[in-house]
Design a protein around this ligand. Structure first.
Ligand code: NI
Length: 396
């Protein structure tokens, strides 16, 4: 099969892919709660006669096709939604208040099912095994790590892995990625400043955590601007502050949330260390106490194998035209696809979804985010070719 054929095959089942995507879109589920989503994936795999292992990583599904011998490649989709209230006017908008597929993981799941359908129909034409990883909890829950730790990349051992992500910054019909580090190492920050509350008319009898927080937030800005090599990349963002209720009361504590990012794990650890030092020292200077936590999993950077990006680029160029495949800069977003590429060669590719005609211009994680469904069959075709072409190369 050639890239052009894969695109045509995928185009033929485009309505089916879109229907699945819309069904998923209507019923978004948050990390590790993907019960209906997982059931839908299994329902479709059953219909296609594809074997799978489930549950894995709590709500994940690990499907596979092929002869169980020879090389093995993996394709991955994430399934979880976000705690965002959808504000689009699409007829299939989220039916669950406060939850939305605002990162396109519904698209990812549907595209991968599309590839499973095409590849199953070609099962007699290739040598080897293709695994389909439908993983939970990409949005902070490190579902990819759990899938990996529960053996998704073993038995048979996966030699290559590919993942796709919808990309509203790029027009439909284009793809992009880069060699090496593509996405950042990320960490969440959870900070509590404890002081002594009291009447706001007698501030001298309090240890004011509000003023202390203001000092801390301001001081944290110097890490990136004064301590990081200007040619390196890093992020320290404070994104939520919760404290106090009344105009005349100094509260006893302030809760702060934020995120820290770097293009290396080493860089991330350094930023975490400096954030901790500054928070604790500034708090102490004001008679308060800072309690710092970096909750959950620190995601490693997503690092693409150079050869695998070249491979994906060749397929993309043949399928979409050379001019529609871009070398991108690294971005400070994070991805738990990183856990897979820590173990096996792989490439994470982004799929253009921007289409101003249908208002599909908003970034992911935005309540107005819309995906251009005309791009879905391209994702399916790319997955299909990534798998087939890899098995062909690895078999020789
Ligand atoms: Ni995402």
């Amino acid at each position: 099969m050639q890239p052009e054929d894969a695109k045509n095959e995928a185009k033929k089942i485009s309505d089916w892919i879109i229907d699945i995507r819309r069904e998923l879109h209507k019923y978004p589920e948050l990390m590790y709660e993907e019960v209906k989503t997982s059931a839908l994936v299994r329902r479709e795999l059953d219909k296609l006669g594809i074997q799978y292992h489930s549950p894995i990583a709590e709500t994940g599904v690990l499907a596979s096709i092929g002869n169980g011998k020879g090389p093995c490649v993996a394709l991955r989709a994430d399934m979880d939604a976000l705690p965002i209230h959808e504000e689009t006017d699409v007829p299939f908008r989220s039916k669950v208040d406060g939850k939305m597929h605002a990162c396109g993981h519904d698209c990812h799941t549907a595209m991968l099912l599309g590839a499973a359908r095409i590849l199953k129909s070609k099962e007699n034409d290739f040598n080897g095994t293709i695994k389909f990883l439908f993983q939970p909890a990409e949005e902070g829950g490190a579902g990819g790590k759990l899938m990996r730790d529960e053996g998704a990349l073993e038995n048979p051992d996966v030699e290559r892995i590919f993942g796709l992500h919808v990309w509203p910054q790029m027009p439909t019909g284009q793809i992009g990625s880069r060699e090496g580090t593509f996405l950042a190492a990320t960490s969440f920050l959870d900070l509590t400043i404890k002081g002594v509350g009291g009447h706001a008319a007698v501030p001298h009898l309090t240890k004011d955590p509000v003023l202390t927080s203001a000092q801390i937030i301001t001081n944290l800005q110097s890490i990136i601007s004064r301590e990081l090599d200007p040619l390196d990349s890093g992020v320290v963002s404070i994104s939520a502050i919760h404290a106090g209720q009344a105009a005349n009361v100094i509260p006893s504590e302030v809760k702060i949330l934020g995120t820290i990012r770097s293009l290396t794990m080493e860089g991330l650890k350094k930023l975490q260390r400096r954030v901790k030092e500054i928070c604790e020292s500034v708090a102490k200077a004001h008679g308060c106490k800072a309690i710092i936590d970096y909750p959950g999993n620190d995601y490693p950077p997503t690092v693409n194998d150079g050869e695998m990006w070249q491979f994906a680029k060749n397929i993309g160029s043949e399928m979409l035209g050379k001019e529609n495949v871009s070398e991108l800069d690294a971005v400070m977003g994070g991805e738990d696809f990183a856990y897979y590429t820590e173990k096996v060669k792989g490439c994470f590719v982004v799929l253009g979804m921007n289409n101003p005609d249908i208002d599909a211009t908003y970034s992911v994680h935005h309540p107005m985010f819309k995906a251009d469904e005309d791009a879905l069959h391209i994702g399916t075709a790319l997955h299909t070719m990534f798998a087939l072409q890899s098995l062909k190369e690895l078999s020789t």
